[in-house]
Design a protein around this ligand. Structure first.
Ligand code: BES
Ligand code: ZN
Length: 463
């Protein structure tokens, strides 16, 4: 029996314990964006560092000005191959609206569906605790079964990915030598579908802006002042409405500078995947692609930039009714970027547009929430071919090369700051409800995800 076969059998026989360990991590409420959960974020980092160290991956919790990093190394005993940096994030998104959860988001459970398939339900099950644990458990099986890992491994787990990774950039800068490896492995993306594994070769970038429009110096009676007084909610709504034209295009000047049309060989590959927008949108209760009218839904999510309002508030939102003209109105707006679009330029264009469209008696303030460019990864690298082979062997189906509408801001810094390419392999599915109530991870994603990493590590060690 080969080392790999023994490792794979161990993964199978140890799977219940792997699940218990994931559950321990899922119970920790590591919501990075909410200061009330600061201690929980540290607890998640402590838990991970202790797990890794117990395995022989010597790990530390490193402080930052935000939530801590976990860094571990296992370089001894590796036969050959590239030194890889595995990256994942232990932080999760807030759970609201809590009343839409069918169970406590931090009390993970296995649910068996009508067709007999099983899912793990909890906040972070898919994004990203279940995914990062696929790698940890694969490493465990290698170490327990053979005494080492096939290639030298460094592990970097952060706790601020869901808040735009503000501490990671300075952390990479300060620890360049320690963290510069030959290749980054990232497990925070999805499969093409339930049975088709995938490597993601494109991620969108992201610019986040919070905006506050202020009119009168206090809230006003809408009878006493209505008609005469400027209403900042109306002003904000009009400005936000003007961000798109009737073809669904973003109206900011030069917004599409740097947007690149996909080469024909890439679109040909994608066409073969047979994307069906009715199934994709039907799964969330929709039917018509709503963005740019001349683009398919797959283009819209993978290759086109967007502007979305993620939140809007102001005035009276409580029970009953209050006749008020508020002093202020607020919104959170984000832009997904593709190609070579420049996050700073997009932010500036947005702020300029808002200021130019602000009527008299109004002022505006902005606050910045992260900015990262889009990313395209090399289609032809030998590592990608090895990753593809390992995935195809495990899933008995050729691994697809796909795009991703989401963002993982730090992957760009791996390249620009550490000179390192990334390979993005993940086992999430479109219906995992990431960032939503009742988030889940398929049991097969967890189990075969662990087996996939075991195979990828083996494959990377081969000539
Ligand atoms: N895991 C996701 C990225 C992702 C989303 C992959 C959808 C595949 C499909 C990641 O954790 C995430 O949600 N990133 C945020 C980044 C932001 C908050 C800075 C995103 O894309 O909104
Ligand atoms: Zn994630």
């Amino acid at each position: 029996m080969s080392d790999l076969d023994r490792v794979l059998s161990r993964i199978d026989s140890d799977f219940d314990a792997s699940l218990d360990r994931l559950f321990d991590l899922l119970r920790i409420k590591s919501i990075s964006t909410d200061p009330a959960f600061k201690g929980d974020c540290r607890a998640a980092a402590d838990w991970l560092a202790a797990e890794l160290s117990a395995l022989g991956i010597v790990s530390e919790v490193r402080d930052t000005t935000g939530h801590p990093m976990v860094v571990g190394h296992h370089k001894d005993g590796a036969k050959s191959g590239p030194h890889v940096l595995f990256y994942g994030h232990y932080d999760v998104q807030p759970v609201d609206p809590l009343d839409l959860w069918e169970r406590d988001p931090f009390d993970p459970a296995v649910i068996t569906r009508e067709d007999g398939s099983k899912i793990i339900v909890a906040r972070g099950a898919a994004d990203d605790k279940g995914q990062l644990m696929t790698f940890v458990e694969a490493a465990r099986a290698w170490i327990k079964e053979t005494g080492g890992l096939p290639v030298p491994v460094t592990i970097l787990l952060e706790g601020e990915e869901e808040s735009g990774s503000p501490s990671l950039h300075p952390f990479l800068e300060a620890n360049k030598d320690e963290l510069s490896c030959d290749l980054a492995l990232v497990c925070d993306t999805g499969m093409w579908d339930r049975s088709t594994p995938a490597i993601t070769t494109m991620l969108r970038g992201l610019v986040g802006e919070e905006i506050t429009v202020t009119a009168a110096n206090r809230d006003l009676h809408s009878g006493a002042f209505g008609g005469a007084a400027r209403n900042p909610i109306h002003v904000l709504a009009t400005i936000l409405d003007g961000l798109h034209d009737d073809k669904g295009r973003v109206t900011l000047p030069h917004f599409y500078d740097g947007v690149i049309d996909m080469p024909a060989d890439v679109t040909a590959l994608w066409e073969k995947l047979g994307f069906d927008h009715q199934t994709f949108l039907g799964g969330v209760g929709l039917k018509d692609p709503a963005g740019e009218t001349d683009r398919t839904a797959l283009e819209q999510i993978w290759t086109r930039p967007t502007c979305e309002v993620n939140g809007i508030w102001g005035g009276y939102n409580g029970a009953g009714f209050k006749t008020v003209i508020p002093s202020q109105a607020h919104a959170k707006v984000s832009f997904r970027l593709v190609g070579d679009q420049d996050p700073d330029q997009v932010r500036l264009a947005f702020r300029t547009y808002v200021r130019e469209h602000l009527p008299s008696d109004c002022s505006v303030s902005f606050s910045k929430h992260g900015g990262s460019p889009a990313l395209r990864l090399d289609f032809d690298s030998p590592e990608l071919a090895k990753g593809r082979k390992a995935l195809s062997d495990e899933w008995e189906c050729e691994a697809a090369l796909i795009g991703c509408g989401g963002s993982i801001p730090i992957v760009g810094d791996f390249k620009t700051m550490l000179g390192m390419d990334s390979m993005l392999v993940g086992f999430g599915l479109d219906d995992d409800k990431v960032h939503s109530p009742n988030e889940k991870y398929e049991m097969t994603s967890y189990h075969k995800g662990i087996r996939s990493w075991a195979r990828i590590l083996d494959e990377l060690s081969r000539d």
